[in-house]
Design a protein around this ligand. Structure first.
Ligand code: TA6
Length: 282
């Protein structure tokens, strides 16, 4: 038996469904090249997708792994988190093996992108599942004749049982920019970071591996070529202000994002960059 990849629809939007013989499943929306669901083999969904997420082919989808490119958050002139998450991507490659399934989606510059961001580029988002792993890779190529720079993030919404009962390990000693406190620069002192209020932080020079430990399970998070880690939870008041999230939704999610924000990535003509984030369910 080999893995299986098929096209399907979720709330009227086109998705790819990846399935491996051991029971791992992922759903990827072509709108935004956004992973919406990931069930590791023998497990339950480990990504948070808001029950109130909007699937209208125009609004960013709240949950899963939104892709922020070519701008993170409001740090620049583009729409918040860039335009990649609100474009339809094309499927450029799929591969199914005995114990893995892989899909690559592609977005290139066109008239609409150049009106916002005047650069020639090709971006590929590759998503692979195997057993207890989800591997995500963003590759960006400069296909033009002038250099450009960008910021980016894989804005991963982890699904958690109760956000107040977890610890994030691996951040101790790092400097972070606290967006919830006027972008103040602070140093992380806790061995394990726990969440009991709004958190919106960009940690710099993060180690490659972090652990989110819950009462009876954990998530290993490994990243490559993304020097920053964003940790976000809107907490009660900001969550209440989000039309596409239920009032208690902040308790069921924690964003731990692989990001390149502080130092924008500079790409010369013909050059490529890639960054990865892998999740291992434990
Ligand atoms: O990554 C954290 C962040 O930039 C927060 O400031 C918060 O606004 C979040 O992203 C979600 O942004 P969105 O545009 O999807 O509502």
């Amino acid at each position: 038996m080999t893995a299986h990849i098929e096209t399907a629809e979720l709330h009227g939007q086109p998705v790819l469904k990846l399935q491996t013989p051991d029971g791992a499943v992922a759903l990827i929306s072509l709108f935004g090249a956004q992973v919406l669901s990931w069930v590791p083999a023998g497990g339950e969904d480990r990504l948070y997708l808001s029950p109130d997420a909007v699937f209208d082919g125009a609004t960013p989808i709240r949950g899963g792994v939104p892709l922020c490119f070519p701008q993170f958050a409001g740090r620049g002139p583009l729409p918040k988190h860039g335009f990649a998450r609100t474009r339809l991507w094309e499927v450029s490659n799929t591969r199914a093996g005995k114990d893995f399934a892989l899909a690559t989606l592609r977005l290139a510059d066109d008239e609409a992108s150049r009106a916002l961001w005047p650069h020639a580029f090709s971006a590929e988002m590759s998503v692979s599942i195997s057993g207890d792993r989800l591997d995500l890779e963003l590759e960006v190529d400069n296909t033009g004749t002038t250099p450009f720079s960008f910021t980016a993030a894989l804005h991963t919404y982890l699904k958690v049982r109760e956000v107040e009962h977890l610890r994030i390990e691996g951040l101790r000693g790092l400097d972070y920019c606290d967006s919830a406190d006027g972008d103040a620069i602070k140093k992380e002192t806790g061995v394990g970071v726990s969440i009991d209020a709004e958190v919106d932080r960009i940690y710099h020079n993060a180690p490659p591996t972090l652990l989110v430990r819950e009462d009876s399970r954990a998530m290993g998070i490994h990243s490559q070529n993304f020097p920053d880690v964003v940790v976000w939870n809107p907490w009660e008041d900001k969550c209440a202000a989000l039309a596409d999230m239920p009032a208690d939704g902040f308790r069921r999610m924690l964003c731990v994002e692989a990001a390149a924000v502080r130092e924008p990535v500079e790409l010369a003509p013909g050059a490529s960059w890639w960054g990865r984030q892998s999740l291992v369910a434990m």
